[in-house]
Design a protein around this ligand. Sequence first.
Ligand SMILES: C[S@@+](CC[C@H](N)C(=O)[O-])C[C@H]1O[C@@H](n2cnc3c(N)ncnc32)[C@H](O)[C@@H]1O
Length: 414
Amino acid sequence: MSTVALQERRSQSAGTDLIIRDALESDLPAIIDIYNATVPTRVVTADLEPTTVEARLPWFREHSPDQHPFWVAESGGCVIGWLDFKKFLPRCAYRGTAEISVYVDEKFRRRGVARRMLANAISRAPSLGLNALVGLIFGHNEPSLKLFEQLGFQRWGQLPGIARLENVERDLVVMGRHCPSRQAIGGLPALPTGTSNQLNDCLSLMRTLMHYRQEPIHSALLKIRNKYSMLHLDVLLLIYHFAKICSGAILEVGAFIGGATIAAAFGVRDSGRQKKLIAIEPGGSVKHKRLGTRNIFRDLERNLARQGVSELATVIKGRSFDPAAISAVHRELGSDEIALLILDADAGKRRDIECYRDKLAKGCWMVIDDYRGGDSNVKSAPSRADVDALITEGSLEPLGFYGWSTCVGRWRGQ
Ligand SMILES: C[S@@+](CC[C@H](N)C(=O)[O-])C[C@H]1O[C@@H](n2cnc3c(N)ncnc32)[C@H](O)[C@@H]1O
């Protein structure tokens, strides 16, 4: 029987160092410890006695990373949770369906660990050849039922009184959901069965772009793009637009030589309001036919000055996740919240969001690059997995995909 041990609360997030990776045999003692701790609760598993590493080795080896993976959540070098996929039923017709189980160490519950693993499972399912996931959960395990419901699972069945725990007959609930590829167009995730507001927002962004194409800002940003940016002109126009309309600060991660920074600065300037614009960039050199540079940071500062926007932007030299950069951003923000977040650094999109999550305004506009990419873009697969998981768990409301590979949306997380 599949079991789920978790008590999640949306408002708390997992640590910024949380990673989800394929489990190794050497993780098995930790996996079994986490499992055994749930046995006496009689809420999670139908096992009545603790098990052992030796007894579970064959079960562990039945998993395979490309079809029925076994993942662990690791924080601070310790395994704090796990999720596994297994065949739902052995007959061939069920091969597109897997049963999943999620367990989180008692000490790390209520921090979003299970939510993250579950969201990852949903977004990875299509690439594993799965179009449906089910979880078998006791009817009295309310936290797990609630979490599954929040991630789009529905009650597909209820088996009344089929488990006997401490002389009480307990129900087993079959929670199920189909996975994105079933409704997707061209491999992109379907928009969640959104509200008409979401649809209106998508259309309104498209209209906004049409409008800007007739405005002087279009040719101004075309020049900026050609000289300083790897992003598509439409994306620069949207960054300009969000910077102009947002109420709050703007944070850009991965400024490079300033293309998007300048677009945002123009938006701030044209809003006629005071807004903080903070850009993080570690510097370095890049070989590129159009935009190659031997000193990214020097060119960034020089380009901002040339465009007359140095005074509007604070540039922080460092990497997004360096404690010094995080403190500098917090210092600069003061009590302001981030109303526009631009992520165009490396593949750690989730990591960057976690670093600044506490400062994200409700409804913060998000521009996240590298959602798609050709074979040469090693950032795109992990970036897309992060974005899909954020969409699946309801933290990111997608409002479209623009240019070559940029996802645009709004922050709906807690
Ligand atoms: C693709 S470029 C950004 C392009 C830019 N948005 C534009 O308009 O052309 C990525 C930049 O992110 C920077 N970068 C990489 N990892 C970073 C991190 N962890 N924090 C901040 N910047 C990072 C790189 O140095 C590089 O300049």
